[in-house]
Ligand binder design. Structure first.
Ligand code: NAI
Length: 308
């Protein structure tokens, strides 16, 4: 199993590290446009192998796509991250050009690969990869919901005073502060609805904290987060590589699902060796449906800024 990660920056390197530590891939290629950067990150990571006990071989490449040939999975993290006060949508100008070039180069060398898009604005970048590569929709996956759901569970556990492993919850919709749809109605603590444990007001606070989860970290760090994003990407890569058939909310091309068309937006999907094995349609309440429609409007408005 060969995995390429384009962009050896904060998220790319974190994701390569988690993939290696989980030890399911034979090879990870880190590629970056900055001279020597990916090679340096790969060497540093390889020097953790004997300490962390993995056999995954990590190599680096300065923009040489021949080194990525025949990758089973390619992750795109190349692009600029947001700074405090910026929205993800403001990154579109620079990142669209990068994502378009990078995805085209990847496909040339790995025509059968599954692509995971991370660069922001992620739903729009995922849509761009659909529009410009023409590869089947099951092989194009945007990572956002897995991260937002992890942040939701963190905030829920905090509010409940419960261990995170006892808490379950999912965030669907667009990967933006205004587009996320945390499904509080379906969130549980040991299978019991969370509304049994905390007040409506506290739940509303959890919801708001989840939506600005990325912005909160950007304010603290001066740039966007990398540990949880890297871990979320590695979980998707593992689900595909190991044909786990796990369900994650991912940004996928919708063709009628949730009453939506012609955009990529977060929905629960089964991930396996074919990438997106199926989209799961949850029976949403009227309010949740309305939130999904509003979220889709926001994503479509950003998509309209693309020069296709
Ligand atoms: P970073 O600045 O640390 O790393 C980006 C890397 O991309 C840099 O090393 C840069 O040299 C490289 N790069 C730029 N143009 C390139 C090209 N044409 N080819 C190859 N490499 C190129 O940024 P960070 O923090 O790793 O974030 C990366 C992206 O991921 C940003 O757009 C950020 O907004 C996004 N992100 C998305 C998340 C999600 O949930 N979807 C979560 C966190 C970040």
């Amino acid at each position: 199993m060969k995995v390429t990660v384009v962009g050896a920056g904060a998220v790319g390197a974190s994701c390569a590290e988690y993939i290696a530590i989980k030890d399911f891939a034979s090879e990870v290629v880190l590629l970056d446009i900055k001279e020597g950067y990916a090679e340096g990150k790969a060497m540093d990571l390889m020097q953790t192998a004997s300490l962390n006990g993995f056999d995954t071989k990590i190599t680096g490449s300065t923009n040489d796509y021949a080194k990525t040939a025949n990758s089973n999975i390619c992750v795109i993290t190349s692009g600029i991250p947001r700074k405090p006060g910026m929205t993800r949508e403001e990154l579109i100008g620079i990142n669209a050009g990068i994502v378009k070039t990078v995805s085209s180069n990847l496909i040339k060398h790995s025509p059968d690969t599954i692509i995971i898009v991370v660069s922001n604005p992620m739903d729009t970048m995922t849509y761009l990869v659909h529009k410009t590569t023409g590869i089947p929709k099951n092989r194009i996956i945007g990572m956002g919901g897995a991260l937002d759901s992890a942040r939701f569970k963190y905030r829920l556990a905090e509010a409940l005073g419960a261990p995170i492993s006892d808490v379950d919850g999912m965030v669907i919709g667009g990967h933006s502060d205004t587009g996320m749809v945390p499904l509080t109605r379906l969130a549980t603590r040991n299978s019991v609805p969370v509304s049994e444990f905390i007040s409506k007001e506290r739940l509303e606070q959890v919801l708001q904290e989840t939506k600005v989860g990325g912005a909160t970290l950007t304010g603290l760090l001066g740039t966007s987060a990398w540990y949880a994003p890297g871990a979320a990407v590695s979980a998707l890569v593992q689900a595909i590589a190991c044909d786990q058939k796990k369900i994650f909310p991912c940004s996928v091309l919708v063709e009628g699902e949730y009453g939506l068309n012609d955009l990529c937006i977060g929905a629960p999907v089964v991930l396996g060796k074919n990438g997106v094995e199926s989209i799961v349609e949850i029976n949403l309440s009227a309010d949740e449906k309305a939130q999904m429609v509003a979220s889709a409007k926001g994503v479509s408005a950003t998509n309209a800024l693309l020069e296709l």
